[in-house]
Design a protein around this ligand. Structure first.
Ligand code: IPD
Length: 267
Protein backbone atom coordinates (compact mmCIF):
# COMPACT_ATOMS: atom_id res chain seq x y z
CA UNK A 1 0.00 0.00 0.00
CA UNK A 2 1.28 3.51 -0.78
CA UNK A 3 3.00 5.46 1.99
CA UNK A 4 0.81 7.83 3.97
CA UNK A 5 1.53 11.51 3.12
CA UNK A 6 0.99 12.51 6.75
CA UNK A 7 3.70 10.07 7.88
CA UNK A 8 6.08 11.27 5.19
CA UNK A 9 5.42 14.83 6.35
CA UNK A 10 6.16 13.92 9.97
CA UNK A 11 9.55 12.53 8.96
CA UNK A 12 10.21 15.53 6.72
CA UNK A 13 9.38 18.01 9.49
CA UNK A 14 11.53 16.28 12.11
CA UNK A 15 14.45 16.06 9.70
CA UNK A 16 14.13 19.64 8.49
CA UNK A 17 13.95 21.05 12.03
CA UNK A 18 17.28 19.46 12.92
CA UNK A 19 18.78 20.40 9.55
CA UNK A 20 17.66 24.00 9.98
CA UNK A 21 19.38 24.16 13.36
CA UNK A 22 22.56 22.82 11.75
CA UNK A 23 22.41 25.52 9.04
CA UNK A 24 21.73 28.25 11.60
CA UNK A 25 24.54 27.20 13.92
CA UNK A 26 27.03 26.97 11.05
CA UNK A 27 26.04 30.50 10.01
CA UNK A 28 26.53 31.73 13.57
CA UNK A 29 30.07 30.36 13.50
CA UNK A 30 30.74 32.26 10.29
CA UNK A 31 30.46 31.05 6.72
CA UNK A 32 33.57 29.39 5.36
CA UNK A 33 34.53 27.70 2.13
CA UNK A 34 32.47 29.70 -0.28
CA UNK A 35 32.85 28.45 -3.80
CA UNK A 36 31.10 29.39 -6.99
CA UNK A 37 29.30 26.79 -9.08
CA UNK A 38 27.87 27.36 -12.56
CA UNK A 39 28.71 31.09 -12.65
CA UNK A 40 30.31 33.76 -10.45
CA UNK A 41 26.89 34.53 -8.93
CA UNK A 42 26.07 30.91 -8.08
CA UNK A 43 27.57 30.26 -4.65
CA UNK A 44 27.72 27.21 -2.44
CA UNK A 45 28.87 27.13 1.17
CA UNK A 46 30.15 24.32 3.37
CA UNK A 47 26.74 24.46 5.08
CA UNK A 48 24.91 23.55 1.86
CA UNK A 49 26.95 20.35 1.75
CA UNK A 50 26.77 19.61 5.47
CA UNK A 51 22.99 20.07 5.61
CA UNK A 52 22.48 17.93 2.53
CA UNK A 53 24.66 15.15 3.93
CA UNK A 54 22.76 15.27 7.23
CA UNK A 55 19.31 15.09 5.63
CA UNK A 56 20.24 12.31 3.22
CA UNK A 57 21.74 10.26 6.07
CA UNK A 58 18.59 10.71 8.19
CA UNK A 59 16.28 9.72 5.34
CA UNK A 60 18.43 6.73 4.39
CA UNK A 61 18.36 5.53 7.98
CA UNK A 62 14.58 5.77 8.32
CA UNK A 63 13.56 4.83 4.76
CA UNK A 64 16.51 3.06 3.10
CA UNK A 65 14.71 2.17 -0.14
CA UNK A 66 13.63 5.70 -1.09
CA UNK A 67 15.37 7.83 -3.70
CA UNK A 68 16.68 11.29 -2.78
CA UNK A 69 17.52 14.15 -5.08
CA UNK A 70 19.42 17.01 -3.49
CA UNK A 71 20.75 20.26 -4.91
CA UNK A 72 24.39 19.67 -4.08
CA UNK A 73 25.25 16.01 -4.54
CA UNK A 74 22.70 14.92 -7.11
CA UNK A 75 20.68 11.81 -6.58
CA UNK A 76 20.69 8.76 -4.38
CA UNK A 77 18.94 5.97 -6.23
CA UNK A 78 16.08 4.17 -4.56
CA UNK A 79 15.35 0.49 -4.81
CA UNK A 80 11.75 -0.59 -5.22
CA UNK A 81 10.21 2.29 -3.25
CA UNK A 82 7.73 4.66 -4.95
CA UNK A 83 9.03 7.53 -2.79
CA UNK A 84 11.50 10.17 -3.93
CA UNK A 85 12.62 12.96 -1.60
CA UNK A 86 13.47 16.34 -3.10
CA UNK A 87 15.82 18.48 -1.02
CA UNK A 88 17.19 21.99 -1.17
CA UNK A 89 19.53 22.08 1.85
CA UNK A 90 19.79 25.87 1.73
CA UNK A 91 17.45 27.71 -0.62
CA UNK A 92 18.59 31.31 -0.67
CA UNK A 93 22.30 30.62 -0.43
CA UNK A 94 23.24 34.20 -1.33
CA UNK A 95 21.10 35.54 1.55
CA UNK A 96 22.70 32.94 3.83
CA UNK A 97 26.13 34.10 2.79
CA UNK A 98 25.31 37.76 3.46
CA UNK A 99 23.48 37.13 6.73
CA UNK A 100 20.07 38.14 5.37
CA UNK A 101 17.48 36.20 7.35
CA UNK A 102 15.61 34.86 4.31
CA UNK A 103 16.69 31.35 3.52
CA UNK A 104 15.15 27.93 3.99
CA UNK A 105 15.61 24.22 4.20
CA UNK A 106 13.09 22.75 1.75
CA UNK A 107 12.09 19.08 1.62
CA UNK A 108 9.33 17.41 -0.37
CA UNK A 109 8.25 13.80 -0.79
CA UNK A 110 6.98 12.45 -4.08
CA UNK A 111 5.07 9.19 -4.44
CA UNK A 112 5.10 7.81 -7.97
CA UNK A 113 6.22 11.18 -9.30
CA UNK A 114 3.55 13.26 -7.53
CA UNK A 115 4.53 15.58 -4.66
CA UNK A 116 2.37 14.58 -1.67
CA UNK A 117 4.12 16.25 1.28
CA UNK A 118 6.38 19.24 1.75
CA UNK A 119 7.96 21.42 4.40
CA UNK A 120 9.84 24.71 4.12
CA UNK A 121 11.52 26.11 7.23
CA UNK A 122 13.33 29.39 7.79
CA UNK A 123 16.01 28.58 10.40
CA UNK A 124 16.36 32.21 11.52
CA UNK A 125 12.73 33.10 12.14
CA UNK A 126 11.48 29.57 12.81
CA UNK A 127 8.70 30.08 10.26
CA UNK A 128 7.62 26.67 9.05
CA UNK A 129 5.19 25.96 6.25
CA UNK A 130 3.81 22.48 5.60
CA UNK A 131 1.38 20.78 3.27
CA UNK A 132 0.11 17.36 2.32
CA UNK A 133 -1.73 16.74 -0.91
CA UNK A 134 -5.44 17.02 -0.24
CA UNK A 135 -4.78 17.89 3.41
CA UNK A 136 -4.25 21.65 3.16
CA UNK A 137 -1.35 24.02 3.80
CA UNK A 138 -0.41 25.33 7.22
CA UNK A 139 1.86 27.68 9.05
CA UNK A 140 2.06 27.23 12.82
CA UNK A 141 -1.21 25.34 12.84
CA UNK A 142 -3.01 28.03 10.87
CA UNK A 143 -4.56 26.99 7.58
CA UNK A 144 -3.37 29.04 4.60
CA UNK A 145 -5.64 30.35 1.84
CA UNK A 146 -3.60 32.90 -0.14
CA UNK A 147 -4.63 36.51 -0.56
CA UNK A 148 -7.60 35.77 -2.78
CA UNK A 149 -7.19 38.96 -4.80
CA UNK A 150 -8.92 39.27 -8.16
CA UNK A 151 -7.22 42.34 -9.67
CA UNK A 152 -3.74 41.98 -11.17
CA UNK A 153 -3.21 45.70 -10.68
CA UNK A 154 -3.23 45.10 -6.91
CA UNK A 155 -0.78 42.21 -7.01
CA UNK A 156 2.46 42.22 -5.04
CA UNK A 157 4.58 39.74 -6.94
CA UNK A 158 7.61 37.74 -5.93
CA UNK A 159 10.14 36.66 -8.50
CA UNK A 160 13.80 35.84 -8.84
CA UNK A 161 16.67 35.64 -11.28
CA UNK A 162 18.81 32.76 -12.42
CA UNK A 163 22.58 32.71 -12.27
CA UNK A 164 23.28 32.87 -16.00
CA UNK A 165 23.93 36.39 -17.39
CA UNK A 166 21.91 36.00 -20.59
CA UNK A 167 18.98 34.55 -18.68
CA UNK A 168 19.01 37.38 -16.14
CA UNK A 169 19.00 39.94 -18.91
CA UNK A 170 15.87 38.34 -20.37
CA UNK A 171 14.27 38.08 -16.91
CA UNK A 172 14.96 41.75 -16.27
CA UNK A 173 13.33 42.66 -19.59
CA UNK A 174 10.22 40.68 -18.70
CA UNK A 175 10.11 42.45 -15.33
CA UNK A 176 10.44 45.85 -17.00
CA UNK A 177 7.42 45.11 -19.14
CA UNK A 178 5.33 43.57 -16.35
CA UNK A 179 5.83 46.11 -13.59
CA UNK A 180 3.43 48.79 -14.92
CA UNK A 181 0.59 46.27 -14.58
CA UNK A 182 1.11 45.22 -10.96
CA UNK A 183 1.35 46.83 -7.52
CA UNK A 184 5.04 46.06 -7.04
CA UNK A 185 7.73 43.41 -7.11
CA UNK A 186 9.74 41.77 -4.33
CA UNK A 187 12.94 39.77 -4.84
CA UNK A 188 13.24 37.94 -1.54
CA UNK A 189 16.05 35.60 -2.61
CA UNK A 190 14.58 32.17 -1.88
CA UNK A 191 12.00 30.71 -4.25
CA UNK A 192 10.66 28.22 -1.68
CA UNK A 193 9.91 31.09 0.71
CA UNK A 194 8.33 33.16 -2.09
CA UNK A 195 5.88 30.32 -2.73
CA UNK A 196 5.05 29.98 0.96
CA UNK A 197 4.57 33.74 1.32
CA UNK A 198 2.10 33.60 -1.57
CA UNK A 199 0.34 30.73 0.23
CA UNK A 200 -0.15 32.93 3.29
CA UNK A 201 -0.98 36.07 1.33
CA UNK A 202 2.15 38.03 2.30
CA UNK A 203 2.83 38.08 -1.41
CA UNK A 204 -0.03 37.74 -3.86
CA UNK A 205 1.68 35.67 -6.53
CA UNK A 206 5.04 34.34 -7.63
CA UNK A 207 6.61 33.59 -10.96
CA UNK A 208 10.10 32.54 -11.97
CA UNK A 209 11.71 30.92 -14.97
CA UNK A 210 14.61 28.51 -14.56
CA UNK A 211 13.86 27.04 -11.15
CA UNK A 212 15.09 23.57 -10.31
CA UNK A 213 12.69 21.05 -8.83
CA UNK A 214 14.25 21.36 -5.36
CA UNK A 215 13.50 25.10 -5.37
CA UNK A 216 9.76 24.65 -5.89
CA UNK A 217 8.64 21.10 -5.01
CA UNK A 218 7.75 21.73 -1.34
CA UNK A 219 6.74 25.39 -1.66
CA UNK A 220 4.69 24.63 -4.77
CA UNK A 221 2.61 22.09 -2.85
CA UNK A 222 2.14 24.59 0.00
CA UNK A 223 0.88 27.17 -2.52
CA UNK A 224 -1.35 24.66 -4.30
CA UNK A 225 -2.86 23.43 -1.06
CA UNK A 226 -3.51 27.05 -0.08
CA UNK A 227 -5.76 27.21 -3.14
CA UNK A 228 -3.45 28.96 -5.59
CA UNK A 229 -3.12 27.87 -9.18
CA UNK A 230 0.41 26.47 -9.58
CA UNK A 231 1.32 25.95 -13.23
CA UNK A 232 3.73 26.65 -16.01
CA UNK A 233 2.64 28.57 -19.10
CA UNK A 234 0.37 27.54 -21.96
CA UNK A 235 -1.00 24.41 -20.33
CA UNK A 236 2.33 23.16 -19.00
CA UNK A 237 2.84 22.12 -15.40
CA UNK A 238 5.31 23.96 -13.17
CA UNK A 239 8.86 23.26 -14.33
CA UNK A 240 12.11 24.77 -15.56
CA UNK A 241 10.37 26.97 -18.15
CA UNK A 242 8.12 28.61 -15.58
CA UNK A 243 6.69 28.24 -12.12
CA UNK A 244 3.64 30.49 -11.72
CA UNK A 245 1.71 30.44 -8.44
CA UNK A 246 -1.21 32.83 -8.23
CA UNK A 247 -4.64 33.12 -6.63
CA UNK A 248 -7.22 31.77 -9.06
CA UNK A 249 -8.73 35.26 -9.48
CA UNK A 250 -5.56 36.66 -11.09
CA UNK A 251 -3.92 33.53 -12.44
CA UNK A 252 -5.28 33.91 -15.97
CA UNK A 253 -4.42 37.62 -16.21
CA UNK A 254 -0.87 37.12 -14.94
CA UNK A 255 -0.40 34.04 -17.10
CA UNK A 256 -1.46 35.96 -20.19
CA UNK A 257 0.92 38.85 -19.44
CA UNK A 258 3.78 36.40 -18.95
CA UNK A 259 2.99 34.77 -22.29
CA UNK A 260 2.73 38.19 -23.95
CA UNK A 261 6.16 39.13 -22.59
CA UNK A 262 7.70 35.76 -23.53
CA UNK A 263 8.64 35.05 -19.93
CA UNK A 264 9.26 31.35 -20.59
CA UNK A 265 11.35 32.14 -23.66
CA UNK A 266 14.88 33.40 -23.96
CA UNK A 267 17.96 31.62 -22.65
C1 IPD B 1 17.93 30.20 -5.70
C2 IPD B 1 16.90 30.99 -4.95
C3 IPD B 1 16.55 32.26 -5.68
C4 IPD B 1 16.07 32.00 -7.08
C5 IPD B 1 17.12 31.20 -7.83
C6 IPD B 1 17.45 29.92 -7.09
P1 IPD B 1 19.59 28.62 -4.28
O1 IPD B 1 18.17 28.96 -5.04
O2 IPD B 1 15.71 30.22 -4.77
O3 IPD B 1 15.52 32.98 -5.02
O4 IPD B 1 15.83 33.23 -7.74
O5 IPD B 1 16.61 30.92 -9.12
O6 IPD B 1 18.45 29.20 -7.78
O7 IPD B 1 20.65 28.60 -5.34
O8 IPD B 1 19.81 29.70 -3.28
O9 IPD B 1 19.33 27.28 -3.66
Amino acid sequence: EPPDPAQLLDLAVATVRAAAELARSMRAEGVRSVRTKSTETDVVTAADHAVERYVIAQLRERRPYDAVVGEESGSVNGSGSPVRWILDPIDGTVNYLYGLPVYAVSLAAEVDGVVVAGVVRNPVTGDEWTATRGGGAFRDGRRLTGSGITDLGQALLGTGFGYDAARRRHQAEVLTRLIPYVRDIRRMGAASIDLCLAAEGALDAVYEKGLNVWDHAAGGLVAEEAGLGVTGLAGAGPGPDMVLAAPKGIHRALHDRLVEFDAAGGP
